[in-house]
Design a protein around this ligand. Structure first.
Ligand code: GLC
Length: 742
């Protein structure tokens, strides 16, 4: 198609989209004019259904009656064609027949489940991450779900916080790219398509910085850190066209996020011009009373609607107080109308007024929930998410001719645990489709390989009664595989841990098996970085297997036997001890940096521990090796308006094909505010055959050199920069200085 035709097409598409917007806006206005104040407030009211509470439930026995009166606009935790249809039929009995929105936490899959989001982030594979969200949307939308409360885009630098499992880790650049990909995946080509669901950017904002890593705790941070580190992933979701936002439980610098006009009106709806709507987190409007920010529900409702919270999830604050606030002239009806418009717009955009049951189709449900393509992909992305931490004696990949394997540990047999937190117990399907780690090994090995099993111990209990049996089968085996970690529900919401060591007596089990002298592989299952110092120092072969979803067993077996060469890289820093937390790679150098090799006094260091992490951000090994060479910059001096093309050679110097995540870091050597020792500014995942070499190029432009100055203006400053190419943040293979000039 020639350029002129493309231009005409783009113009026509823009006109049609513009006219579609105008058409919907007109429909919204026509409907709004007919609504009573109670009906308007009804649209701002959301309750949970019977599909499993995800917070302290508001007892309201009249939900069904209130839906018929048009006093509820959305339900969450209602799933399946039958249930959503039943609730929608109630809404169709209301005076204006305004359809309900059905929301659900489809965080990493619906029936087909994928690795925890933090594990997926370890794949650094944006295309795969987008596809994972796309499949989740296809399955969820076929089950009556219009709206997923995902992606969670909170930056997580504190592994004591159980919700790091839901996000993309510690880095703003990687987190922003993944946030964008997930929104695109969930929302598909456009909202209104039957396989598209509204995404929800959460939790706005800075929830991951809760003091002490304790969930729901206060957050106090500088404007600089807020803008530089915590807000960009949210902005990336706005750029991706996210339909909704969810605010967060925490107070930020003294103001609860739910009542924070700076966040929701000044930044989100003002500076970022966000046109969707904001749902409160579960009960967070009413919780402003506990915060000590509102004396009662009425004050809480006033603060929330004034600050830009459009929908009230489960707190009843709007339901019982907003009408009085409007009638008393304390809240301008325009604020209520704005919130209602935003919500009605999405209901029109989804096509729910044309057909309120369009997402509740039994045929589509059956097809979507049994799609072998989804299962195949779940296995692929799970393998891509497994991080090879150690392989010192090249024990991996295992030979398929092994005679006897002992598979030991509390994670061997349970199936459901592989789903991890924030998975959905879909009543329409049973959990036998989930491939346990034992089943995965059975599926992989031939009839000449004998598998022995012992649990050894539990995840959390302190009983060593199972050790003898475990040691006994280890002694009979050629190789021992030990699979341990946190139980699946030890990370997630309200799962903060003060001690992130391997729970119970699991590390004692590792030691006991280690004394047999048998070759052993340790698999660590968790939703967060754990501390496992002895194991990390003494076991030569370790895989971090997170919780990998419904194909976990097959994916783990694929990696163990080399049918997939591990390529994942850590999206979060792994500390040596909780005492180092918060610990992250892009720290400031300080005036007294510590050089570990010659530790001296009067430097920024602990007297009892190294500063460096156990495993750094961006770290992960492969069954092959990669060589980096010949770094070239197109120029060593550039002006702000110019760009540098950086290139280097990457060679697979090993014997098997593999993928390498090459990471580009930049340090601004001197600036008007201190700058991190390095910041991730780009990355590529490259697949190479043995002995194959590729030239890799990156572009360094103004965006990669910009930062917030003292006045929080986003600027660049002339001066010296260092560009670094690394296989991890702590293993820089190539580097060079260049200068930004006026
Ligand atoms: C929970 C979570 C939030 C979730 C919501 C609905 O409390 O904080 O992430 O989407 O409630 O389940």
């Amino acid at each position: 198609m020639n350029k002129k035709a493309i231009l005409v097409l783009i113009i026509l598409l823009s006109i049609s989209s513009f006219s579609q917007d105008k058409l919907i806006e007109q429909k919204v206005e026509n409907l709004l004019k007919q609504m009573t104040l109670e009906e308007k407030i009804g649209q701002l009211n959301q309750y949970t259904g019977d599909g499993g509470a995800t917070g302290p439930v508001t007892i309201n026995p009249n939900k069904q009656a209130e839906i018929k009166q048009g006093l509820i606009g959305s339900m969450l935790n209602v799933m399946g064609v039958q249930h959503t249809r039943q609730y929608q039929e109630l809404a169709m009995q209301s005076r204006l027949k305004i359809p309900l929105l059905f929301g659900l936490d489809v965080v990493h899959g619906y029936k087909t489940t994928f690795p925890l989001p933090l594990a997926e982030a370890a794949s650094w594979d944006l295309e795969a991450i987008e596809k994972s969200a796309r499949i989740a949307a296809i399955e969820a939308s076929a089950n009556g779900i219009h709206w997923t409360f995902a992606p969670m885009v909170d930056i997580g630098r504190d592994p004591r916080w159980g919700r790091v499992m839901e996000g993309a880790g510690e880095d703003t650049y990687l987190g922003s790219k993944i946030a964008f990909a997930r929104v695109k995946g969930f929302q598909g080509k456009k909202l209104g398509d039957l396989d598209a669901v509204m995404a929800c950017s959460k939790h706005f904002a800075a929830y991951g910085a809760a003091v002490g890593g304790r969930d729901y705790n206060s957050v106090d941070m500088s404007e600089r850190m807020l803008w530089e580190t915590y807000l960009p992933p949210f902005k990336a979701t706005v750029d991706a066209g996210v339909a909704t936002f969810m605010n967060s439980f925490n107070d930020l610098n003294g103001i609860p996020a739910t009542g924070n006009a700076y966040l929701q009106r000044d930044i989100l709806k003002g500076k970022w011009n966000f046109k969707g709507f904001v749902v409160s987190d579960w009960g967070s409007i009413g919780e402003m009373i506990a915060h000590g920010y509102a004396k009662n529900g009425k004050e809480a409702a006033f603060s929330a609607i004034t600050a830009g919270s459009d929908m009230d999830m489960e707190s009843n604050a709007y339901r019982y107080n907003l009408a009085a606030l409007v009638n008393e002239g304390k809240v301008d009806i325009a604020l209520v109308d704005d919130a209602v418009r935003r919500i009605l717009y999405k209901k029109f955009e989804l096509g729910l007024f044309d057909d309120p049951y369009c997402f509740s189709n039994a045929e589509r449900q059956k097809k979507a929930l049994n799609n072998p393509e989804h299962t195949k992909f779940a296995r692929e992305i799970a393998a891509k998410s497994i991080v090879l931490l150690k392989n010192e004696n090249n024990l991996l990949p295992l030979s398929k001719q092994i005679k006897t394997i002992a598979f030991i540990g509390p994670a061997v047999k349970p199936a459901r645990g592989n789903h991890g937190f924030w998975s959905i117990d879909v009543k329409e399907v049973d959990s036998t489709y989930i491939i346990s780690q034992w089943k995965g090994l059975e599926n992989k090995v031939g009839k000449n390989t004998k598998l022995l099993y012992a649990r050894g111990c539990g995840f959390e209990d302190n009983s060593k009664a199972g050790f003898d049996e475990a040691i006994a089968i280890a002694k009979q085996a050629d190789v021992v595989i030990l699979t341990i970690g946190e139980r699946w529900d030890m990370s997630g919401e309200a799962k903060s841990r003060s001690n992130i060591q391997l729970p119970g007596v699991q590390e004692d089990l590792v030691k006991a098996i280690h004394t047999t002298g048998k070759p052993m592989v340790v698999l660590i299952n968790a939703g967060r970085p754990l501390v496992f110092d002895w194991t990390a120092d003494n076991v030569p072969t370790i895989l971090y297997t997170w919780w990998l979803g419904s194909e976990a067993g097959n994916a783990i077996a694929d990696v163990l036997f080399g049918d997939y060469n591990p390529s994942a890289k850590l999206p979060m820093t792994f500390p040596r001890s909780e005492g180092q937390i918060p610990i992250y790679y892009n720290y400031f150098n300080t005036g007294r940096p510590s050089k570990e090799e010659n530790h001296t006094n009067y430097v920024s260091a602990y007297i009892d521990l190294k500063n460096s992490p156990k495993f750094p951000f961006g770290y992960g090994l492969s069954y092959t090796t990669f060589e980096y060479s010949n770094l070239q910059l197109s120029s060593s001096k550039i002006k702000e308006s110019e760009k540098i093309t950086l290139s280097f050679q990457l060679k697979n110097s090993g014997k098997v094909a593999g993928e390498e995540v090459v990471q580009l870091y930049i340090q601004d050597k001197f600036a008007s505010v201190v700058r991190p020792v390095k910041e991730l500014k780009d990355f590529q995942k490259i697949k190479l055959q043995p002995n194959e070499t590729k030239t890799i190029t990156f572009i360094i432009d103004k965006e990669k050199l910009s930062f917030y100055n003292q006045k929080l203006d986003w600027i660049t400053e002339p001066g010296e920069f260092e560009v670094m190419i690394g296989t991890s943040s702590a293993d820089i293979r190539l580097n060079q200085l260049f200068e930004l000039i006026n």
